[in-house]
Design a protein around this ligand. Structure first.
Ligand code: DI6
Ligand code: FE
Length: 419
């Protein structure tokens, strides 16, 4: 796709547009289910939604001055939100994939210098421009499915300069493509070889000062960490979160992916935006997340790719009242996945989420997990006009198909994006 081109680019973003003859899955929280409006219409101006609701309730003043687009009964959802990705990196890990096929586990590969550390080498070899170029095909694939907001993490640099380059590349991606980019600083992703066995020193020398620098450059929207036996302990992550708190930056955490270290509870105690993965989460952790309003981000791509057997405790999350988002976790090691539609299908098939939960998970709940629910993630007046328009007969088709993309068009900040 040529995702950086806006159709009708001669039109300013102040143009008022009216999409009519649409079926809306608004995902509004004050409506039940998907917040469906049959025979709906949406009006946007200056990139924001002025009206979204039944066509019959459209104020005539809004019809008069609008450019009118007939959607011929097509379904419209909020633009998709991929709230957990690592799309900026160098190289790939196809060889490691082969090793796993031969019987090696993800943890064995990581402990013998493969895994994240091998992506670190390839990432460190690239400039900001090189990182952008490497990430663009992945970003474009996600955009071709109607993604309008994407979170991108650092974490394959593992030295200050390289972490900064990754975050600069992430920001640059948001300027060369029509998409909202949200960054997370993931200095505590893995221990670089030169600090092997010295996590605390790595945190003191690199993670904390790197965070300060990245923050000073305006590169950090949130701070993330990987809390795991092969990565960082609760105590080590606590040091990183303390620094984030002192800088006023929200936190999130890779927690309970391969074992239960209590990472989700720790994240909740810092009021984290989200705790992600969660295969080994227990009920206690789910309750702590609910109390803190921490969103559960489920990542079926990683579960699938490492052939994990333990499923996240979806029922416990529901019972506790935790909001559930789904995301690709696009990364070179455990989730080389660039489809949020397939992620939705996997969330249903592998984790037992309902169609409604899957669609909400890739829109409203993804936005919530990024602290952006006031801006995007649902179709309602006041929010950014971020929409996905689909050639489907029912919303369930978005979840049901495997490897099929029914996107008709998508709209970012009120402007149609060519496919
Ligand atoms: N959990 C994951 O699944 C990825 N990062 C993380 O913290 C794996 C990243 C990789 O193997 O490159
Ligand atoms: Fe991840």
């Amino acid at each position: 796709m040529s995702g950086n081109k806006f159709s009708g680019s001669s039109r300013g973003s102040s143009t008022r547009s009216l999409w009519r003859n649409a079926r809306l899955a608004t995902l509004r929280e004050d409506l039940s289910g998907l917040g469906i409006v049959e025979k709906g219409a949406i009006v946007s101006e200056g990139g924001r939604i002025l009206f979204a609701g039944p066509e019959g309730e459209l104020p005539s003043s809004l019809i008069e001055t609008a450019e009118i687009i007939d959607l011929e009964g097509r379904w419209v959802t909020p633009g998709l939100v991929d709230c957990h990705t690592h799309i900026v990196y160098g190289g790939n890990r196809a060889r490691e994939f082969e090793m796993r096929l031969e019987g090696a586990t993800y943890e064995e590969i990581a402990r013998t210098g493969g895994g994240i550390v091998s992506s670190v080498k390839a990432t460190n070899a690239l400039s900001v421009e090189g990182l952008v170029e490497a990430a663009l095909p992945r970003l474009d694939t996600l955009l071709s499915e109607g993604v309008t907001t994407i979170e991108i993490k650092s974490g394959y640099g593992l030295n200050i300069e390289a972490e900064l380059r990754m975050l600069r590349a992430a920001r640059a991606l948001g300027t060369v493509r029509p998409v909202r980019v949200v960054t997370s600083y993931l200095g505590a992703h893995a221990t670089p070889v030169e600090y092997k066995g010295r996590n605390q020193d790595y945190i003191s020398d690199v993670v904390l000062p790197g965070l300060e620098q990245a923050h000073a450059e305006g590169l950090v929207d949130a701070v993330d960490g990987f809390c795991e036996g092969i990565a960082f302990s609760v105590n080590e992550i606590g040091r990183v979160f303390d620094k984030a708190r002192s800088l006023g930056i929200p936190v999130k955490l890779h927690a309970e992916q391969l074992s239960n270290l209590g990472g989700a509870k720790l994240a909740a105690s810092y009021g984290a935006l989200s705790a992600d993965h969660l295969e080994y989460l227990d009920e206690d952790g789910a309750r702590a997340m609910a109390a803190a309003g921490t969103v559960a981000v489920l990542l079926p791509g990683a579960f699938y790719a490492i052939n994990e057997k333990q499923k996240p405790p979806v029922q416990a999350l529901r019972q506790a009242g935790v909001h559930i988002a789904v995301a690709t976790d696009c990364n070179p090691g455990t989730s080389p996945l660039t489809s949020l539609l397939l992620t939705m299908n996997m969330s249903a098939t592998l984790f037992g989420l309902t169609v409604e939960e899957c669609i909400a998970g890739a829109t409203r709940e993804g936005a919530r997990a990024l602290g952006l629910l006031g801006e995007t993630g649902t179709i309602e007046a006041g929010k950014s006009a971020d929409l996905a328009i689909w050639n489907i007969e029912s919303p369930a088709e978005l979840v049901y198909r495997i490897g099929f993309n029914p996107l008709y068009a998508h709209i970012f900040k009120g402007q149609r994006i060519n496919r």
